[in-house]
Structure formats: C-alpha cells, structure tokens
Design a protein around this ligand. Structure first.
Ligand SMILES: NC(=O)c1ccc[n+]([C@@H]2O[C@H](COP(=O)([O-])OP(=O)(O)OC[C@H]3O[C@@H](n4cnc5c(N)ncnc54)[C@H](OP(=O)(O)O)[C@@H]3O)[C@@H](O)[C@H]2O)c1
Length: 242
C-alpha cells in the first residue's frame, strides 16, 4: 500500500480521531497501543491492522514496523503521559519513564520505520506530540516539560536529517478531553476552571487535534517541516485579562 500510515497510540483519544479522518480519506492504517482488546476493536472498526505492545519495551518498535509493511506514507506518535508533581516529589524513575514514553519512544518509532518511510513514492510525513508545557512554564510540570521539550528538539533534528524525503513536525496541544486528561478534568468544576484559562474559553477535543495531524500528514502541508505547532486555544501566547 502506498498510502499507509502507522499510528502509535492509535486506540487513544487523539490517535483514534486521527485514524478515523485518515480512513475517510482513503489511507490504509496500522495501529499500535497497549491494551490489545481496545486496539483490536479500534482496528476492526477501521479495517486496520495492529500491533499490541508497550513503548517502554524496545522490542515493540521493530515488531510494529515489520507488521506495518514495507512502505509507509506517514507515522504518528500519539503516546504520552501527564505526570504532574512538584520537583520534590518527582523521582528519577518518574523522569526516566516520562522521557521514555514521550520522547525516546518517538525517536525509536521513527528509527524502526525509516526504511519504510523512505520507500514512500512521495514525501513521507511524521507527526510527533509535544505539549503546551514545553511552550510555557507551568509549576508541577518539570518532568513533562523536560520530556515534551525533547520532542521539539527531536523534531528539529530529524526534520533536518531526513529532508527532503521525510517531513517531520510536532504538535503542542493544551488540555484535550481524552482519557489521558481525565484526572485533570475529574469534576465539571475543574473542567470549567481549566477551560477559562484559555482565550477560546473551552477545552480542546480530540477532533481539533486530529484535523491538524491529518493536515500535517497530507501533501497540502508539503512545505512545512521542522515545526512545533501549538493548538491550545491561545493558552501559550494570549492573556485576555490584564
Ligand atoms: N490530552 C491532552 O490533554 C494532551 C495535552 C498535551 C499533549 N498531549 C499529547 O497528545 C498525545 C496523544 O494523547 P491522548 O490525549 O490522545 O492520550 P490517550 O487518549 O490516553 O491515548 C494514548 C494512546 O497511547 C497508548 N499508550 C499509552 N501509553 C502507552 C505505552 N506505554 N505503550 C504503548 N502505547 C501506549 C494508549 O494505548 P492504551 O490505551 O492501550 O494504553 C492510547 O492508544 C500524547 O503524546 C500526549 O502527551 C495530550
């Protein structure tokens, strides 16, 4: 298949919303995630193939790349953590785990699929996930900010190294209503307060981010590479009250 995309986190909020858009546009899909039952259900809905495994197991990447097939038009790495603790409470294991899942996993995923991306007839595209927490400083985000900042650095390096055959961009969302953000939005009161911190006065939804992801994968984005693009209702740059 010449228009196949591998989506790490393809059973998650943003990954699955992206997969649905891509399927509607005629892409073939390979989904990767942890929970095999959930992944199989998502794949069945979209007629996709899948690989189940944990990105902290480095053996996963070669297996997923092999099972995805020998040619890929794109790769999305939509796997992440939200681990909010004061510096005093963060352990070495927290820092290493957040780095592994958010940043190292992204690098190893691209590395494993690079031969298939290079076989694409057109320019292949990679979309990684950074965060608003690497665009603006927030307390309790030391481990997240560090891991997601690394994704932006990785994006720049890979975009330079892989041009002109592969474009590489990252997306930096603020809070999106997905299972990952569930704990931060546990009550309606918390969700309303969080929404009010954004100039657009609402939280993001998976479809907001999926639309940008699908655009960055498409040929319409053919001259965009090496960018970390914010999608955050204005959170990283705007203050509506002085
Ligand atoms: N939601 C937000 O507020 C927000 C804000 C900023 C950045 N982001 C970033 O956006 C990306 C997508 O997040 P999301 O909100 O869509 O998250 P989500 O709904 O929790 O989905 C995460 C996906 O990744 C998979 N996954 C998680 N940990 C994994 C692991 N260790 N190994 C393999 N697969 C794993 C999950 O599979 P299982 O369900 O099987 O575990 C699921 O498919 C992430 O990089 C995240 O950091 C999200």
């Amino acid at each position: 298949m010449q228009n196949k995309v591998i989506i790490y986190g393809g059973s998650g909020g943003i990954g699955f919303a992206t997969a649905k858009i891509l399927q509607g546009r005629g892409y073939d899909l390979h989904l990767v995630g942890r929970n095999e039952d959930k992944l199989a259900a998502c794949a069945a809905e979209l007629g996709a193939s899948f690989t189940a495994g944990d990105v902290t197991d480095v053996g996963l990447f070669a297996r997923a790349a092999q099972e995805a097939g020998d040619t890929l038009a794109g790769l999305v790495y939509a796997v992440g953590t939200i681990n909010l603790r004061s510096l005093q409470r963060l352990t070495e294991a927290d820092f290493l785990d957040d780095f592994r899942v958010n940043a190292l996993g992204a690098a190893l995923a691209v590395q494993a699929s690079l031969p298939a991306l290079k076989r694409s007839t057109g320019v292949a595209a990679v979309v990684l996930f950074s965060s608003v927490a690497a665009q603006q400083g927030f307390s309790l985000h030391a481990s997240m900010g560090m891991a997601k900042g690394a994704v932006s650095g990785l994006t720049l390096s890979l975009a330079a190294e892989l041009a002109p055959k592969v474009r590489v961009n990252a997306i930096a969302p603020s809070i999106i209503r997905t299972p990952l953000a569930e704990r931060m939005l546990a009550s309606e009161q918390m969700a309303t307060a969080m929404a009010g911190l954004h100039a657009m006065q609402r939280l993001g939804v998976a479809d907001d981010v999926a639309a940008l992801t699908a655009f960055l994968l498409s040929e319409d984005a053919g001259w965009i590479t090496g960018q970390t693009i914010s999608i955050d209702g204005g959170r990283s740059t705007l203050r509506t009250k002085s």
